[in-house]
Write a protein that binds this ligand. Sequence first.
Ligand code: GLY
Ligand code: MN
Ligand code: MN
Length: 343
Amino acid sequence: MASADVDALLVTRMPNIFYLSGFTGSTAGIIVTSNDCYILVDPRYSIQARTECTHAHVIDYAGVSLMKAAADLINDLRPKHLGFESEHLTVSNLRELRRCVNRETRLRSTHRLIEKLRQVKDAHEIGLIRRACEIADHAFESVLSEIKPGMTEKDVATLVDFTLRRLGADKEAFETIVACGPNSACPHATPSNTVLEPGQLVKLDFGARYLGYNSDLTRTICLGEPDEMEIEIHRVVLEAQQAAIEAIKPGKSGQVIDRIAREHIASQGYGDNFSHGLGHQLGIETHDGPGLSQKSDLVLQPGNVLTVEPGIYIEGWGGLRIEDDVLVTDTGAEILTSSPRNL
Ligand code: GLY
Ligand code: MN
Ligand code: MN
């Protein structure tokens, strides 16, 4: 806040509110000053906020908007400069705030202040991500013995989601992806009523959410014996992933790690078939911040948690991706997911 020259900060983005306070409801606002943290909640969340947010002053509001309630508190606290989250506060909320906040307080836009804090995970957060990864690994092992030709992609997705929760997930990290045969050429395919056939590739991309933190795992399996092309593409993707993971260490840039995987895939003739970034940060959100990509500005630090997920996608044929989650350590990378990577 000092670096942004604000003496109070209004936080409205829910993942940031959870990070600062532990609040898990769906609507709230937080005001942070140099000494205090206030969380504003409506009556649906009064009891919950008092239970979850033991380090914040809980302020109930009713009969007015969140912005009006925030402005009333700001007018009591009288900061000189109030920061707001420029990527999140809507134009209409900013207008309402301007209308209701006294003129002695100036409003200032801030840029990803809390998101930057979230990029380096502490031991507690890493423990929760480890557990989310374990649950995803166990779920993969469990569903592997149950997937068979004749099921639809939706059947498999339902099985994955049920298994994640049965094994301890609070919920899915994101909408589970199951895509078979040519459908797997879409990196983020939506599970459909397509029936799985013998010999097909099936791409499974799913994760567990555990106490607010996520895992993100992709495995591509073959319903029978893979053919030569499937074996070759699997080899190229796995080599790209291994080379990238081996190169991860503090001080390296996200762009450089992406390039290592991208150049390997290109050297094997599939340069036009790896269409997305190599990975993203992982934490309270599945996409938790800039990661490993051609446009990333990330310089790796110990405590970053990232996915490494190269893939090759060929329209009409299908797609194959391998995704694991890694922790950046003082000397390199620790892989947090452990499901077998063979085809
Ligand atoms: N399924 C989201 C991702 O892997 O990024
Ligand atoms: Mn994924
Ligand atoms: Mn991912």
